[in-house]
Design a protein around this ligand. Structure first.
Ligand code: 25A
Ligand code: L14
Length: 335
């Protein structure tokens, strides 16, 4: 592993950026210098890193002189505008936005599944969509055991998936409701407090949303399965943190519950929590702040011949974003 790297974080003040700082610290990433970057609105704020205060600077195209690794999580438009400048300055970009994920020159990486893809990078490595990461953390080991064909799934996505402003919206609406005021909606088109919205990201011509298509296209690329099929409904739920996914998956080979459980138990980054006799299954409340994802409710699917149904949960700010990005940076530091 290389030492004393200069790491920049574009979007350091956001829900994901803050977790990136904490994750670099927690995993003892070899940071020699840290440069937090955000919009003009946040320039001058201070953030704490390893017990020291670091000052947020405004992100510009000149922000990357001497930077070795730049972690981006400030939205796709910002990545498109500034990631090329970071690459030109000699940095390797790990980008959490959707901007470059399907670009054939950009590896799309979940280190537990396809770490080797990192070595083919040409300056930018993409961090997959959060629901996709959580889902492939369970599908990857099951695919190795049984050969994956297709899935039907529904997601239950936390409001922090929309960044810091999603959390603000849920808290404000709960306050408005309990104090008898009119509800205001700024982030979502409808009330999210005490409600669920079958709508994450924008609608496309085929009736699916962009988020639902990311689950198909990104899973294919990460697992190297061009024929993989997925029909997914992505749903926003009034949970602060951690995305859950209900999956029915069809496989090539005959499945067994014992082998499925063993495959999950042996896989890194994912734990089995499947003890229905004691009401034991993964819950987003318990997974908030945890690095590992959890799988439960594993059962033989009664509608597929070789099928398994299960429930998988993961903290989308950590494994779904900041942790996965730092794990990719660790792979870069090994090159
Ligand atoms: O386009 P994508 O890929 O879909 O991603 C869109 C957004 O989704 C979040 C993340 O938002 C991302 O920007 N996201 C992505 N993946 C996620 C995941 N897995 C995910 N969220 C959860 N899970 P975010 O809120 O976490 O971070 C946004 C960061 O981007 C910085 N930023 C914005 N514009 C910028 C910019 N940086 C540089 N240049 C620009 N032009 C942003 O910094 C933040 O760090 P900031 O300084 O703009 O915001 C700091 C704080 O200010 C508050 N705030 C935000 N918007 C407003 C606001 N206050 C008032 N008015 C606003 N309009 C927030 O509290 C914010 O934290
Ligand atoms: O593509 O809103 O990475 O829960 C991450 C957060 C998409 C939306 C991405 C959410 C975004 C997702």
């Amino acid at each position: 592993m290389k030492k004393d790297l200069h790491v920049a974080i574009a979007g350091a003040t956001g829900a994901v950026g803050i977790e990136m700082l904490k994750t670099l610290e927690k995993r003892n990433f070899p940071v020699g210098k840290l440069t937090p970057l955000a919009s003009k609105r946040s320039a001058g704020k201070s953030l704490s890193f390893r017990g020291e205060e670091v000052t947020v600077q405004e992100l510009t195209k000149d922000s990357f002189a001497g930077v070795d690794i730049a972690l981006f999580s400030a939205g796709g438009g910002i990545s498109e505008e500034f990631a090329p400048a970071a690459v030109d300055a000699g940095a390797v970009v790990v980008d959490n936005s959707s901007a470059f994920r399907m670009d054939e020159n950009v590896p799309l990486v979940v280190p537990e599944i396809n770490a080797a893809a990192v070595s083919g990078h040409q300056g930018i490595i993409a961090n997959p969509n959060c629901s996709t990461i959580v889902t492939v953390m369970a599908l990857g080991p099951l695919h190795r055991a049984f050969g994956l064909k297709r899935i039907f799934a529904s997601t239950y996505q936390a409001v922090s998936g929309s960044g810091a402003m999603g959390i603000v919206e849920l808290e404000r609406q709960v306050g408005e409701i309990t104090s008898g005021k009119d509800i205001t909606c700024e982030v979502y088109p409808h009330q999210i407090a005490f409600n669920v919205l079958p709508h994450v990201d924008v609608f496309l011509d085929n009736g699916y949303t962009k988020e639902e298509l990311k689950m198909v296209n990104e899973s294919r690329k990460i697992m190297g399965l061009p024929d993989f099929q997925a029909s997914v409904t992505c749903v926003r739920v009034p949970v602060y943190r951690a995305h859950s996914v209900a999956v029915s998956a069809e496989f090539e080979k005959t499945v067994s519950i014992e082998e499925a459980r063993a495959a999950i138990e042996q896989a890194p980054g994912i734990d089995l929590n499947d003890d229905v006799g004691n009401n034991g299954y993964p819950l987003p409340l318990n997974l908030a702040g945890e690095d590992n994802c959890q799988v439960g409710r594993i059962r033989k699917d009664c509608a597929f011949d070789n099928g398994l149904s299960f429930w998988v949960v993961g903290d989308q700010l950590l494994k779904g974003a900041a942790l996965n990005a730092v794990q990719i940076a660790e792979e870069v530091a090994k090159l």
